[in-house]
Write a protein that binds this ligand. Structure first.
Ligand code: ADP
Length: 432
């Protein structure tokens, strides 16, 4: 409203000035033509005999002698008029041959325009007419101006109300029902915003669901070993176990407690990876050395299961976190040993290819069915629950692996066939 009011005022002032200037130059131009026509022949004589009715045209004609005395005037008595030599238009005519001047009339409303021309006998012909002053033009346009000034804010008010409403109402609609954002009647410019909000909303929801599911899974996983510990210890407490039984029950308690520890360790590790910042300090690590150490550490476990574990490759440097990389290699090798057949083999290799470093763990184990290959990276997902549990698996190993791979900006891929074996490769950027 302020802007439109200002615009109206400024326009009025500018237009009035412009129009007034045009009017002024038009009047002067008219006077000039008129004077030039009159200047043909002996004016003084013709005027005195036939002055005509000039007043209806608002015209006034004066003839001034070279000494400034008024020789003829169509309006006033020559006798009463003073010397005109000091009038600017007269001075100009004497000096330059013509002159003009605008003076205020008796009232503010009118201006008088004078034009003078020097005649051959050095007397001066002056024509004048009255016209509206700039104030009177302003005054005349005042009603239109006032109407505009009142109407404009009203139009502004109605329009801005309508606009604001149509801008805000889809947003309100979205805020009111976050679950059905796509149903809100949004305009084009709001679509990217609505989409982002929807994505974020969905992400939050699915995140919340995942957490809830994870908590439920964790509780469930913790329950079994705890129930076993509780049961065994109750039997011992009640004196219902004889000597050899006590040893057996104690072993059961020990095993369940270990299982709890493993589970909790994995959970802690996962939640640490969850909150980890992107810019964790990375160091230069030799993937080959780390793999060789893990293989050495797992040799006994492999022998226990009659699995042949071998290692090949050459030193390759990557940028990473040593502990995490160790964990990743250990988890992959441990799976390859656990989900293997008696007499099977596991081959670990590290090598570079162009600007990539590749870690590969191949086994001749039981393989993973097609429909499970995507899901084994989920938390607590196992293809065969009982087999996983019997080997001390938690179902979290590959979830941890996936996280570590993501943190390192690496890629993991899996090829597996049931009954033949599994081949997992992790591709890192090599250190430049
Ligand atoms: P777990 O602790 O049960 O080993 P993981 O997350 O490491 O959990 O693995 C998830 C599931 O993927 C395992 O339970 C197993 O069924 C399957 N799996 C993982 N690695 C292999 C492999 N090398 N061969 C066959 N199956 C595997």
């Amino acid at each position: 409203m302020l802007i439109s009011t200002l615009a109206v005022v400024i326009t009025l002032l500018l237009m009035t000035t412009v129009f007034y200037r045009i009017l002024q130059s038009q009047i002067i131009e008219d006077l000039k033509i008129y004077a030039n026509v009159l200047a043909q022949g002996d004016i003084l004589e013709s005027l005195q005999y036939n002055p005509g009715d000039l007043s209806k045209d608002n015209m006034r004609i004066t003839v001034i002698g070279a000494d400034g005395s008024v020789l003829y005037d169509s309006d006033a008595d020559v006798e009463t008029m003073d010397n005109h030599l000091d009038r600017p238009e007269v001075k100009d005519a004497l000096e330059y041959g013509e002159g003009y001047c605008v003076r205020q009339s008796s009232t503010m409303k009118m201006n008088t325009f004078y034009y003078t021309i020097l005649l051959q006998d050095r007397s001066i012909l002056r024509v004048a007419r009255e016209s509206h002053s700039i104030w009177s033009i302003l005054y005349q346009s005042l009603p239109v101006f006032l109407i505009t000034l009142i109407a404009l804010p009203i139009v502004c008010l109605l329009l801005s109300r309508y606009l604001t409403k149509s801008l805000v109402s889809p947003i309100e609609q979205m805020a009111a029902d976050m679950d059905h954002i796509e149903e809100a009647n949004v305009y084009e410019e709001l679509v990217p915003f609505a989409e982002t909000i929807k994505e974020q909303h969905d992400a939050i929801l699915s995140n919340a669901n995942m957490r809830q599911e994870f908590t439920a899974n964790v509780s469930h996983e913790l329950k079994t070993p705890l129930a076993a510990i509780s049961g065994y210890s109750e039997l011992i407490e009640n004196g219902m176990a004889s000597g050899p039984d006590v040893v057996r029950f104690a072993a059961g308690i020990h095993q369940s407690a270990n299982r709890l520890l493993t589970l909790i360790n994995d959970i802690i590790q996962l939640s640490e990876l969850d909150v980890m910042k992107e810019e964790e300090p990375f160091e230069e690590v030799n993937l080959y050395e780390l793999a060789r150490d893990s293989v050495e550490m797992l040799q006994i476990r492999a022998e226990e299961r009659d699995v042949i574990l071998t290692m090949e490759g050459n030193p390759c440097l990557i940028q990473g976190n040593k502990q995490m990389i160790e964990e990743l290699i250990y988890n992959l090798c441990d799976n390859a040993i656990c989900y293997n057949n008696i007499g099977g083999s596991v081959r670990v290799s590290v090598g570079s290819e162009a600007d990539k470093v590749i870690l590969r763990v191949q086994d001749t184990g039981i393989g993973i069915p097609k429909e499970s290959q995507e899901r084994i990276f989920e938390r607590f997902y196992r293809v065969d629950k009982s087999r996983s549990k019997s080997t001390g698996g938690t179902g979290l190993g590959l979830a941890i692996v996936k996280h570590i791979v993501a943190v390192h900006g690496a890629q993991i891929s899996l090829v597996s066939e049931v009954g033949k074996g599994t081949d997992i490769t992790v591709t890192f950027d090599s250190k430049r």
